[in-house]
Design a binder for this molecule. Structure first.
Ligand code: FAD
Ligand code: SF4
Length: 327
């Protein structure tokens, strides 16, 4: 274990100042990902700024009927919140599909968004990896990549983002609120995580020292939503493929549709091409399949993960069909 300094911050300004005063510092919230990476030697911060006690733990209805979720709200509290369960069902279902009850009691909203990839080479410091050590190569491309990306990957990195929660937030049009020494800014969830391109070391658009303070959701617009996850085991397993969808059907036609995939790319994958096909069309299985095929036409599977494409297709058609039958 490498020694590191530690400060528990009570206020956001104190957290930002402590980060700025210690080069290489990292924030720690629930610690369920960062502490594991420190034990593996993947993360070696000389200083930790503990943000778990910041007053960012509220879930509050906004003036427009949406929801504001503080960055330190625990995953289990968010999943159980009555407004999340009733109005944003996909979010509650996605949270409950992740990790275990014990982990969800510690994991936070901000930490969940910023958790690192589960690519086995990233977690093994004896192996090259462009994300962990830029310029060393991507052994996953020709090596073990069954669980990795089929969409939006690059020659430099084929990793996937592991969060279930982020996929639901992508379909629900969430916004992420950031605070830095230069002030506040807001980024749509769909632009928060990056595709790898030539710089896979950057998972997100968060700037050094910025804190995630909250996530906001617009009013649910009457649509039902759902999240479904395909995985190797029923618990403690990350998504092979997951689907979050919100759907409104009126007089047999699709009035509103939002669709996002998880487990297929370096970022939650909002399926805009599929949504375009769905809008105004008859709410039938044939329409759903046509829409999902339009999205997945861009898939570029690796040697061992082509199974993800039909899996994503089947899962998405099933979720949309089920949603259309909700009263
Ligand atoms: C065995 C196991 C199984 C799991 N299974 C799943 C699963 O199926 N699905 C799933 O989605 N997840 C799964 N997880 C991951 C889990 O959801 C994450 O570890 C957790 O959400 C991270 O939250 P945290 O608060 O503990 O983050 P931390 O570990 O404290 O932090 C993670 C990262 O976020 C940064 N950070 C944290 N909060 C902020 C903030 N407010 N502002 C800026 N930076 C911040 C930290 O600096 C760090 O880099 C699993 C984890 C384990 C150990
Ligand atoms: S896929 Fe990305 S994280 Fe995995 S080895 Fe390649 S560069 Fe590293």
């Amino acid at each position: 274990m490498k020694p590191f300094g530690y400060l528990r911050a009570d206020r956001t300004d104190q957290a930002l100042a402590a980060y700025a005063a210690h080069p290489g510092a990292q924030y720690v919230a629930g610690g369920t990902n960062l502490v594991d990476l420190m034990k593996l030697g993947v993360a070696t911060p000389p200083f930790l700024v503990d943000i778990s006690r910041l007053p960012l733990d509220g879930v509050d209805e906004t003036a427009d009927g949406g929801l504001r979720i503080g960055a330190t709200v625990r995953n289990s509290d968010l999943a159980a919140h009555p407004l999340v369960r009733t109005r944003y069902t996909a979010l509650s279902q996605a949270l409950l599909a992740g990790a275990s009850a014990q982990l969800r009691n510690a994991a936070t909203t901000g930490g969940n968004l910023l958790q690192r990839t589960r690519c086995p080479y990233f977690q093994d410091t004896s192996k090259p990896c462009n994300k962990r050590a830029p310029g060393t190569g991507c052994p996953a491309r020709e090596g073990v990549h069954r669980d990795l990306a089929v969409l939006g990957h690059s020659a430099r990195c084929v990793a996937t983002h592991p969060s279930d929660m982020a996929v639901a937030l992508a379909a629900l049009d969430a916004q992420v609120h950031l605070l830095g020494l230069d002030g506040e800014r807001t980024v749509p969830l769909t632009e928060f995580h990056r595709l790898p391109g030539d710089t896979p070391e950057h998972d997100t658009v968060v700037r050094p020292g910025e804190l995630v303070t909250a996530v906001t959701l617009p009013p649910p617009a009457g649509a039902h939503s759902a999240y479904r996850k395909a995985r190797d085991r029923a618990s403690y397993a990350f998504a092979l493929v997951s689907v979050a969808a919100a759907l409104t059907v009126e007089e047999g036609a699709v009035r509103h549709a939002a669709l996002a995939f998880g487990g297929v790319a370096h970022a939650p994958w909002r399926a805009r091409a599929a949504e375009e096909v769905l809008r105004g069309e008859p709410a039938t299985e044939e329409t759903y399949a046509r829409a999902v095929d339009a999205e997945l036409a861009a898939a570029d599977p690796l040697r061992d993960n082509a199974f993800k494409v039909p899996l994503a297709r089947g899962l998405a058609v099933r979720v949309l069909t089920d949603l259309a039958f909700r009263p």
